[in-house]
Design a binder for this molecule. Structure first.
Ligand SMILES: *Cc1c(COP(=O)(O)O)cnc(C)c1O
Length: 398
């Protein structure tokens, strides 16, 4: 059976002096033994030759290869940030004013790009409730090129039926692009039919909140298209990762399976306890989650339901007071982002999803009192729960 962590483990790279880590490529440009090879490389016909580090570098290729193995795709290309991966992919696929059908509950930056920036290049987006198949079907027009979604959506933790949507996309000649940032290892979108799988490496995959990074995993043809010197969005928009960063992310990737298991165990524990205490809690691992069964059809079980959960504190005032109190008690940080060793929390309505207008937030169920948690790697989660419960009671959430 396919196991993404085994695929990563099977890839070993050595340094040029036999080091246990690959050497970091510390060059922006590369020499050629002959002028002819340089010409061929620019034409795209000299496999294995490096040209210039915006195109590719040995360190970036190591990390890309490991992430392609993890997502079970032919190839991958790392980028300077998750948004660098998302924007390059969409612009490459939406040539000539192509239309996008997108989930309406997506990362705020992606939403802002699709809604405000992409129309300047002639492409428009219809936002839909991704859990409603009819809504997706109705939104497709003759100009549609892609369907865009997140496996587990930010911040509402809606789960998309990737297989069903992929089958529909292919029946209409469309590409399915999936942002899998919230569920690395747990969900393998390519195995369910996704054409392009994207991650913000900034989150779980790097896991140490010390850099931004992104990746696009897909067919060799599409990755080559993105890197084409004449028309590739990665090559020409220039969101290239630095070699030092790709080397450090590759080292952190080696512990991703251990971290994901611990994030999932801790989040499952807290979600169950919060729900039992009478707090409105959303977590895909709860039976009360509308897509609990669907997630179980799609998952690689041992990595669990992930580390993200939300609770409703009732009002923005209570949410803010609770987050400040939990931070004072050293239970986590009031910060955006996710996938850190420490629990992070924020109120999406006034932070990561503030790009979404208030009336639209309301319509999609993004309430004022919503707190999004990225549950950390705490050793004793029962102890953490007891301390959190004290804070919750002090603020009067229950
Ligand atoms: C953070 C995030 C992004 C953007 O990634 P950056 O690395 O910050 O550019 C995209 N999608 C999701 C789901 C995210 O959480």
């Amino acid at each position: 059976m396919f196991n993404p962590a085994d695929k990563i483990q099977d890839l070993q790279y050595f340094g040029e002096f036999g080091g246990v880590n690959p050497s970091i490529s510390d060059s922006s440009t590369y020499t050629f033994l002959s002028a002819k090879t340089m010409f061929d490389t620019f034409e795209g016909n000299a496999d294995g030759c490096y040209l210039y580090s915006r195109h590719s570098s040995p360190s970036n290729l190591y990390l890309s290869q490991a992430l392609a193995a993890m997502e079970n795709t032919e190839s991958a290309n790392v980028t300077a940030s998750g948004m660098g991966a998302i924007t390059a992919t969409i612009m490459q696929l939406c040539k000539g004013g192509g239309h996008v059908v997108s989930s309406r509950t997506i990362y705020g930056g992606t939403y802002a790009f699709l809604k405000n920036l992409l129309p300047q290049f002639g492409s428009h987006t219809t936002f839909v409730d991704i859990t409603k198949m009819e809504a997706i079907e109705q939104a497709v027009t003759s100009k549609t090129k892609i369907i865009y979604l997140e496996s587990v959506s930010n911040p509402l933790l809606e789960v998309a039926d990737i297989k069903k949507i992929a089958d529909f996309a292919h029946s209409r000649g469309l590409k399915l692009v999936v942002d899998n940032t919230f569920s690395p290892l747990s969900v393998t979108p390519k195995n369910l039919g996704a054409d392009v799988v994207i991650h913000s490496l900034t989150k779980y995959i790097n896991g140490s909140s010390d850099t931004v990074g992104g990746v696009i995993c897909s067919t060799l043809d599409f990755i080559n298209e993105l890197k084409d010197v004449n028309s590739g969005a990665c090559m020409l928009l220039g969101s290239t990762m630095d070699s030092f960063r790709s080397a450090s992310i590759l080292k952190n990737l080696r512990t991703l399976h251990l971290r994901m298991k611990q994030h999932s165990v801790n989040a499952q524990y807290l979600a169950e306890k919060f729900e039992q205490a009478g707090i409105k809690t959303v977590y895909p691992g709860l039976k009360s989650h509308p897509s609990h069964e669907l997630f179980k059809q799609m998952w690689n079980e041992e990595y669990g339901f992930g580390g993200m959960l939300t609770i409703d504190a009732g009002s923005l005032e209570k949410a803010n007071a609770l987050m400040e109190l939990m931070q004072n008690r050293n239970l986590g940080y009031l910060a955006v982002s996710l996938g850190f060793y420490k629990t992070l929390f924020s109120a999406p309505g006034t932070s990561t999803s503030s790009e979404i207008p208030a009336d639209e937030q309301l319509e999609m169920g993004l309430s004022d009192g919503l707190i999004r948690f990225s549950i950390g790697l705490d050793n004793d989660i029962e102890r953490t729960y007891q301390e959190m419960l004290k804070c919750i009671k002090e603020i009067g959430v229950i």
